[in-house]
Design a protein around this ligand. Structure first.
Ligand code: NDP
Length: 505
């Protein structure tokens, strides 16, 4: 059993052992249900101290030239890459995702985003614009840092989420107080230590621990200028509501119930590969998952046959093993929630279950008997009004919906309050583009699913979010604009000049 030293609020460059609150909670390895670390929840005084440490560090960090900030962040990138496997093992322990995934995706895509923003600010990404308004006047603009910002993370991609928030935040010259999910807190101190080792001044990146009350306190704090939140729509509404009341900037990366549309000219192998990536990667715990799979009715037999065949390639096993590609759900509470959705699908929605259910996967190694493992599950012949089709389950549960015309599929795909992601699979690329154009979602794919490179801005439409992360647009969400008009005519324009008749007096 792996275990780590206790974790304490991290601010002013180190874990604050003495000041930290006395309430503790455990981080649990979801594959075995064994505790791995004791975390000391941050008290209001701890959170105040972390915010003060960020506020004290902000003036100097925000006035450091971007190219110097960039050098610090690039050193952190090198450390992240050098420690990729060590950090990936931590993520596997905390989230239950197989090492084959955490070692190739989680740390890698986090480091990529940090590198992207470090390079962007070193090459003029924070430059404003200037233009001649008239012969005697110019306007110039500056992108100014916001101040102390809060980052609040979900549990499914812990270190990646921490990096996707802190990278543009710090690159833009802000300081951050970050709260990981209480379910997956381990990565946070490792990241804080890497930033420190890279030369980030003390106080620029700080960590507080705890549940929703810690997040809520952080969100409402008067010194915090911006909240970047990743999590459920219901929590996001609360956080955005409280932040808006204080005129704080927000970025909201929330949930989805995204559609996959398979067109009738698509090779069935491709359609199934796409649908499986959109449902079973990370055991279905991906915000952009395409859990409503629309398939032409004419393809039903071949799609289901190929899907059932390919589901044999979902491999549970030793999470450190290179061939294992499926892990447990992240926590007991989440396991119970996903199981209850599957049960609802069977009992109440009366959807046709063709694979999986509420049991543990077959061939589960004995050391994982107590872990939160659930079989990958497929319901077919689903109807739009079923609860399992309408609500985000956030587990390995695919629902297949058959359609007769593409127009009908697009209409049904859009009939949701959510708009995070969408995708289409087909051979005729013009048809694919036409379908994508009509789908209401912020992140869309054609003939692939899930790739989210640093250069590509991502964010949801409708209730799935506000603002974007990554890409050039992602940096804009961490600065405020200042416009300056300079008059060079030699006289100050005024309406309070003396009238001619007044001069004669
Ligand atoms: P939650 O909304 O439950 O929690 C997210 C974070 O918010 C956690 O750190 C949580 O603390 C904290 N929190 C809870 N209550 C409050 C509050 N009142 N004020 C401030 N913070 C609070 O989401 P999950 O952790 O369950 O994450 C899964 C969800 O995240 C899914 O809906 C998924 O779609 C979404 N997601 C969206 C992504 C995107 O980019 N659009 C990416 C990844 C996930 P704690 O958990 O410690 O109690």
């Amino acid at each position: 059993m792996t275990s780590f030293p206790d974790r304490y609020t991290f601010h002013s460059g180190s874990p604050q052992r003495s000041g930290s609150g006395s309430n503790t909670f455990q981080s649990i390895d979801p594959s075995t249900a064994q505790p791995t670390c004791t975390i000391h929840a941050s008290s209001p005084q701890d959170i105040d101290a972390a915010i003060s440490s960020a506020a004290a560090a902000f003036p100097s960090w925000s006035s450091t030239p971007p190219i110097e900030r960039s050098r610090v962040l690039l050193r952190a990138v090198a450390l992240l890459r050098a420690r990729n496997d060590e950090l990936a093992r931590v993520e596997t322990l905390d989230t239950g995702k197989p090492f084959s995934e955490t070692s190739t995706v989680d740390v890698v895509t986090g480091a990529d985003v940090l590198e992207y923003y470090a390079n962007l600010i070193a090459s003029g990404g924070l430059n404003g614009e200037s233009f001649r308004l008239r012969d005697s006047a110019w306007v110039y603009t500056a992108k100014e840092a916001l101040g102390v910002c809060a980052g609040i993370g979900a549990w499914n991609y812990p270190i990646q989420i921490a990096l996707w928030k802190s990278a543009p935040c710090l690159a833009a010259g802000n300081a951050m107080v970050y709260k990981p999910s209480e379910v997956t807190p381990l990565h946070a101190q490792f990241l804080a230590e890497i930033y420190r080792e890279a030369g980030l001044p003390d106080g620029v990146f700080n960590v507080v621990y705890g549940a929703g009350d810690v997040g809520a306190y952080l969100t409402k704090h008067e010194i915090v200028q911006k909240v970047s939140f990743t999590g459920q729509v219901s929590t996001g509404k609360k956080v955005a509501g409280s932040a808006a009341g204080e005129m704080k900037y927000v970025t909201m990366e929330l949930g989805g119930k995204s559609p996959v549309i398979v067109l009738d000219d698509c090779k069935v192998e491709n359609a199934v590969d796409g649908a499986m990536m959109a449902n079973f990667f990370s055991t279905g715990q991906v915000c952009t998952n395409g859990t409503r799979v629309f398939v032409p009715r004419s393809m039903k037999a071949s799609f289901e046959k190929t899907l059932l065949k390919k589901m044999e390639y979902i491999r549970v096993g030793d999470l450190a093993g290179e061939n294992t590609n499926f892990g447990p759900l992240v926590s007991k509470a989440h396991y119970e929630k996903v199981k209850s959705y599957v049960q609802h699908g069977i009992d109440k929605d009366k959807a046709t279950l063709i694979k999986g259910g509420v049991g543990k996967p077959a061939n589960l190694p004995s050391q994982y008997a107590n872990g939160y493992w659930l079989e990958p599950t497929v319901f077919t012949d689903c109807k739009d009004n079923m609860k399992i089709v309408q609500e985000e389950i956030f587990g390995p549960v695919m629902t297949i919906l058959y359609y007769d015309t593409v127009d009908e599929a697009v209409k049904r795909a859009n009939k949701t309050e959510l708009g995070l992601a969408a995708g289409v699979f087909g051979k005729d690329i013009s048809k694919c583009h036409d379908v994508i154009r009509r789908l209401q979602a912020g992140i869309t794919w054609v003939n692939t699913w899930g790739e989210s490179p640093a250069e590509m801005s991502v964010g949801g439409w409708k209730l799935s979010g506000v603002g974007v992360e990554n890409g050039r647009k992602g940096l804009e969400n961490w600065v405020q604009n200042k416009s300056t008009l300079v008059e060079m005519g030699g006289e100050v324009p005024t309406v309070f000049a003396k009238l001619e008749k007044e001069s004669k007096l």
